[in-house]
Design a protein around this ligand. Structure first.
Ligand code: PEP
Ligand code: MN
Length: 378
């Protein structure tokens, strides 16, 4: 059970003390307090853990500091939606807001290679009003002899350039917990010219020790990729690992499932799960069309499959797009064949905006027909 307090309830107030005193004395129940800092208000949520069956919901709801009570299931205790469409979702990091309503595009290099390519990419992003990018420094590779990424050596110049071009958030995969410290030390030394969203790759979705280490820090938000060969439920539980350790600023990324049935795409595109993740959890949902599709193949309509799948995800309400671009894909050290070209950026961004606006209009159509209903849980 979860007691959501009135927004901005003072922890010094009589109402708060009285409420806490009552909850702390419920037999067989322990409490855990969770603070959610939104853009304009602070929300306090109190989890009642243990045997809550005998607890009278109405009695809790009547406590002076309590706004409402939500019965929560065991699944995704912190990140779950638990039938409550009103529950706050999302967070703001380094001035950029991530929630289930808005959209941020992270176009950039799959792997950082040379400063000229990074600079060309970032310059183009700034010219098109973008605040975010993707830059891989630590690359998990199938073949141990393949390029493994420049690692911490490239961080200073990547972060400096991001600052120079006004980029606020870089999605960067980490494969070991020591990378958090490497990133943090470097950003600190440079005076934090930019921010980092720690990306957990699909090969590490169930690396529980890595998840726990990332969850223990609250400085950096997390982009968790769905595991490519496990169920959605298992991947959502992986996200909950992060939250259970203390970091609930998590974005969930669909990136296709590994199966021969997906061919000729690299993976089976799974963006039909965008609304599913949004109704089961409060996480913003990202789509990665590049790693889903894996090629630059296109349809006779002149639109590449990467662009079509992006549109499919965004029109269904995706909140973030993670996509590979490269100024010279033939020279890219990782995933060149799936990269979009710099000259494709403006049209691609225009298409994404069109789809996001269309998603909003679609909501109006359906909400007009059937006033908003509680979504089904599963
Ligand atoms: C990536 O985004 O660079 C990547 C390696 O993706 P995934 O973990 O989804 O394969
Ligand atoms: Mn890649």
């Amino acid at each position: 059970m979860l007691a959501i307090l009135h927004p901005n309830t003072s922890l010094e107030s009589e109402a708060y003390r009285h409420t806490l005193d009552f909850l702390e004395n419920l037999p067989g129940v322990s409490i855990r307090i969770h603070e959610v800092q939104g853009v304009s208000q602070r929300l306090t949520e109190i989890y009642l853990l243990g045997d809550t069956k005998p607890v009278d919901e109405n009695e809790i709801a009547a406590l002076p500091a309590v706004e409402r009570v939500v019965r929560i299931s065991e699944d995704y205790r912190i990140l779950g939606r638990h039938h409550d469409t009103m529950r706050q979702n999302g967070f703001t990091y380094n001035g950029v807001t991530f929630d289930q309503h808005n959209l941020n595009v992270f176009a950039g290099l799959c792997a950082v290679d040379v400063p000229e390519h990074v600079e060309t990419m970032m310059k183009a992003l700034q010219a098109h009003g973008q605040q975010c990018t993707r830059m891989g420094a630590y690359k998990p590779r199938t073949n141990p002899y393949s390029f493994q990424g420049h690692g911490k050596g490239c961080l200073p110049w990547v972060f400096e350039k991001a600052g120079k071009y006004g980029l606020k958030v870089i999605a960067m995969e980490i494969t070991h917990e020591c990378h958090i410290e490497e990133i943090d030390e470097c950003l600190e030394k440079l005076g934090r010219p930019t921010g980092v969203m720690l990306q957990v790759g699909t090969r590490n979705t169930q690396n529980f020790e890595l998840l726990k280490a990332i969850g223990r820090q609250r400085t950096y938000p997390v982009l968790l990729k769905r595991g490519f060969g496990i169920t959605l439920n298992e991947s959502l539980n992986a996200a909950e690992y992060l939250a259970s350790e203390g970091n609930a600023n998590v974005i969930f990324c669909l990136r296709g499932m590994k199966t021969e049935a997906g061919q000729p795409h690299r993976n089976m595109v799974d963006f039909a799960h965008v609304p599913v993740v949004k109704r089961l959890t409060r996480m913003p949902v990202c789509v990665d069309p590049s790693h889903s599709v894996g090629t630059r193949a296109g349809a006779p309509d002149g639109i590449l499959d990467v662009m079509h799948t992006t549109a499919q995800g965004v029109i269904a309400g995706a909140n973030m797009v993670l996509v590979d671009f490269h100024p010279q894909p033939e020279k890219a050290l990782v995933d060149g064949p799936q990269a979009l070209l710099m000259e494709e950026l403006p049209a691609y961004l225009e298409d994404i905006q069109l789809c996001h606006d269309t998603w909003k209009k679609r909501q109006q159509i359906y909400n007009r027909q059937h006033p908003r209903q509680e979504p089904h849980a599963k």
